[in-house]
Design a protein around this ligand. Structure first.
Ligand code: PGA
Length: 250
């Protein structure tokens, strides 16, 4: 049975004090749930977040990014070993904001994926089409090639540590959400793409999350679709009440 996952991507929000305040609020709302719950604070606050949540076995602290190299002269970057040394074992890679503003490509992301997996980290791998791609009916081609280019060099066994996150760029932070049907259609296509390469036995075990303006008001309907296994939540993860309302949508 594949896992249900709800992950909050805090992006470049919350300083140390704000991080503590939000985590305290999250802790007070934590209930045992079927879903795995994750939060991704900024690098500077990961250690504090990990410490504050040590006695909480529901919420996992994860990273928003990492570098592909193990160490060396990469000013301003963070390695997998650094993350692991502070208890962080899961990393988001390939977010559209990383692709757009920091020029990450399928090829550079393939290296990051390899580096994370080599350290036994779990990867939440993001991808998704832009509005123009959807308008021209090209969304499956784009999504299919993003997955193939960054992941299809991997052995089937690697997929036990991979979570996929479909995030249509036109729905991120815009208030516009893919309809539950649009999400389901794309998630089914993603699972078939995986199955064509690795077989359904593998594809059926990979959790595929939806991201893009998920809110308490729409989470239940989106998560109700058979190939949607959870969500990657941006804006709504910054309010404890909204985030847990989304977690509880399962
Ligand atoms: P959003 O962001 O929920 O604010 O649209 C989603 C994401 O970027 O992961």
């Amino acid at each position: 049975m594949r896992k249900h996952i709800v992950a909050g991507n805090w992006k470049m929000n919350n300083d140390l004090a704000e991080t503590e305040t939000l985590i305290t609020a999250l802790k007070s709302k934590t209930k045992t749930t079927d879903a795995e719950v994750m939060i991704a604070p900024a690098f500077t606050n990961l250690w504090q977040a990990y410490q504050t949540l040590k006695d909480n076995d529901v919420i996992e602290v994860i990273a928003q990014n990492m570098h592909a190299a193990t160490n060396g002269a990469y000013t301003g970057e963070i390695s997998a070993d650094m993350l692991k040394s502070i208890g962080v074992n899961t990393v988001i890679l390939g977010h559209s904001e990383r692709r757009e503003y920091f020029k990450e490509t399928d090829a550079s992301l393939a290296k990051k994926v390899d580096a994370a997996l080599a350290k036994d980290m779990r990867v939440i791998f993001c991808f998704g089409e832009e509005l123009a791609d959807r308008k021209s009916g090209n969304e499956e081609n784009i999504v299919g090639s993003q997955i193939k280019n960054a992941l299809f060099h991997l052995d089937a066994s690697a997929f036990k540590n991979i979570v996929l996150a479909y995030e249509p760029v036109w729905a991120i932070g815009t208030g516009e959400t893919a309809s539950p049907e649009q999400a389901q259609d794309m998630h089914a296509f993603i699972r078939k793409t995986l199955a064509d390469q690795y077989g359904y036995e593998i594809a059926n075990e990979v959790s595929i999350l939806y991201g893009g303006s998920v809110k308490p008001a729409n989470a239940k309907e989106i998560f109700g679709k058979p190939d949607v296994d959870g969500g990657l939540i941006g804006g709504a993860s910054l309010k404890a009440e909204d985030f847990f309302a989304i977690v509880n949508a399962f």
